[in-house]
Design a binder for this molecule. Structure first.
Ligand code: CMP
Length: 472
């Protein structure tokens, strides 16, 4: 950014220098030829080397003063880079003054003031031609003086929304969320209301959804807030707020207010928040409202949001440790399970939490992760028919790892009571599960930096499972 600014500044100075030199050259040609015609005495004023020397001196002086004031003093006092516009104005004014001084010293006979004051027509023409440009220029000055926003802030001006890339003497440069560059001229921006979301500020967003009237508001608030809190880029400095904004004709209308770490990514974050709400409602048996004002016939959403019992029994029969169970036992177990759906990236189990149920992956994929030198390391990926969460359920110890959904994943949750019942009728089950736990514990202790539970020897583990479940 600083490099582009300095390129622009150099171009501007070169342009200014070239223009002044060209004007002087024209004038000198004029003086030269008129002197020729008038005779040798009139040549006194024709001192090109002086002019060039003074011109070069003025140029270097202005550059030096510019660098000293803006690169050094301004930065020292204000702590940020001087705006390009301010530098340009400074350069322009100093050049104009120096030009007048040098010119009047070298060409004492020419009255510059008279030239400028008498050329009224010239002034009108210039004024008309530069009307817009001057408008932009002065609006730019006031924007710089007010500093209502800075580079990196998200602003809404008129119909344009984007991240501020810079403010020049002519326009505000915005990068839109479609990655287009929009230039809003300063004079237009000065007339519009500008909504600024500063980069270093915690900015909030509102996301809306509607539920049916039979859903409990307290439950909805709790579930949605937890789901949103967990999403990427949702700030953990302020808790999201979930509140009813209206009791509509056909739905309870909700508003989620959440704060973002990086406001420039609000489109993605809004979308993720809506996605999390969908999954959370679905998992907890809450329903989005139908957008209707007329009579509609609602077929009651089945209590189990996921799949029918037969399919679940089928899935359970494919789980290796459950394969010895009879069809009846599988059906009983299927009845006792609860189905949950998780979005990609959602955490199903957190290491260190208490846990009194295990899960079978019905569809999708999860990653088992442990902390390894501060960052997550995946020790295993589990897919359909695999199970997890058995360690805490059978040993009573805290969860040993994080389990995170890699893709949309539907799991079947099996609680303590259902397992206890199965253990009583199938004594072999505890043994086969104890083997799995022993193997997994061994894999976990390799290269992990968390405090893993001590490695159980399989026989000891089996006895402690039996004790824990009150079996003989
Ligand atoms: P639990 O400790 O209750 O919660 C985290 C779960 O991750 C754990 O139970 C196991 O089901 C699972 N897990 C831990 N280590 C492994 C591993 N090495 N391979 C597969 N799954 C594992």
């Amino acid at each position: 950014m600083a490099a582009t600014n300095s390129i622009k500044r150099n171009r501007f100075l070169v342009f200014l220098f070239a223009t002044v030199t060209a004007a002087l050259a024209l004038y000198l040609f004029y003086v030269f030829f008129s002197n020729r015609l008038e005779g040798p005495d009139a040549n006194d004023n024709f001192r090109i080397p002086d002019l060039i020397l003074w011109g070069l001196l003025a140029y270097s002086g202005v550059r030096l003063a510019n660098a000293a004031i803006f690169d050094f003093l301004f930065r020292l006092r204000r702590g940020y880079e001087a705006p390009t516009l301010l530098r340009n104005i400074f350069t322009l004014v100093v050049f104009a003054v120096l030009f007048a001084l040098i010119f009047s010293r070298i060409y004492t006979k020419v009255n510059l003031g008279a030239i400028f004051t008498t050329s009224a027509i010239f002034g009108v023409i210039i004024g008309l031609a530069l009307q817009d440009t001057l408008g932009n220029f002065f609006a730019g000055i006031s924007l710089h003086a007010d500093r209502p926003f800075q580079v990196g802030d998200v602003i809404v001006v008129g119909s344009h929304v984007g991240v501020v890339q810079g403010i020049t003497w002519r326009a505000i440069k915005l990068r839109t969320f479609q990655n287009h560059i929009v230039l809003v001229s300063n004079s237009i921006a000065a007339k519009e209301a500008i909504e600024v979301s500063p980069r270093d500020n915690l900015n909030a967003r509102l996301v809306y959804f509607s539920t049916i009237y039979t859903d409990s508001p307290a439950k909805t608030i709790h579930i949605v807030r937890e789901a949103v809190r967990d999403a990427d880029n949702v700030s953990d400095k302020i808790d999201p707020i979930v509140r009813i904004r209206a009791l509509g004709d056909s739905s309870v209308e909700w508003e989620i207010k959440y704060w973002l770490d990086d406001y420039a990514k609000y489109n993605d974050t809004d979308a993720l928040v809506r996605q999390r709400v969908w999954y959370a409602l679905r998992r907890n048996g809450l329903s989005f409202a139908f957008p209707t004002r007329t009579l509609y016939v609602e077929r009651r959403v089945p209590a189990r949001p996921v799949t029918a019992e037969d399919q679940i029994a089928d899935r359970l029969s494919a789980v290796d440790v459950f394969s010895p169970l009879s069809t009846d036992e599988l059906r009983q177990l299927a009845k006792a399970t609860a189905g949950h759906v998780f979005a990609p990236g959602e955490t199903l189990i957190r290491a260190g939490d208490e846990g009194s149920s295990m899960f079978v992956v019905h569809s999708g994929r999860v990653a088992v992760q442990v902390a390894d030198r501060g960052s997550p390391r995946t020790v295993a990926e589990l897919t359909e028919g695999n199970f997890f969460g058995e360690m805490a359920l059978f040993t009573g110890e805290p969860r040993t790892a994080n389990v995170v959904a890699v893709e949309e994943t539907e799991v079947l949750e099996i609680g303590h009571a259902a397992m206890k019942y199965l253990f009583q009728t199938n004594p072999g089950l505890a043994e086969s599960i104890s083997w799995t736990i022993t193997e997994r514990q061994a894999a976990l202790t390799r290269g992990s930096d968390t405090d893993q539970p001590s490695l159980h020897e399989q026989g000891g583990l089996l006895s402690s499972i039996k004790r824990f479940f009150g079996l003989r």
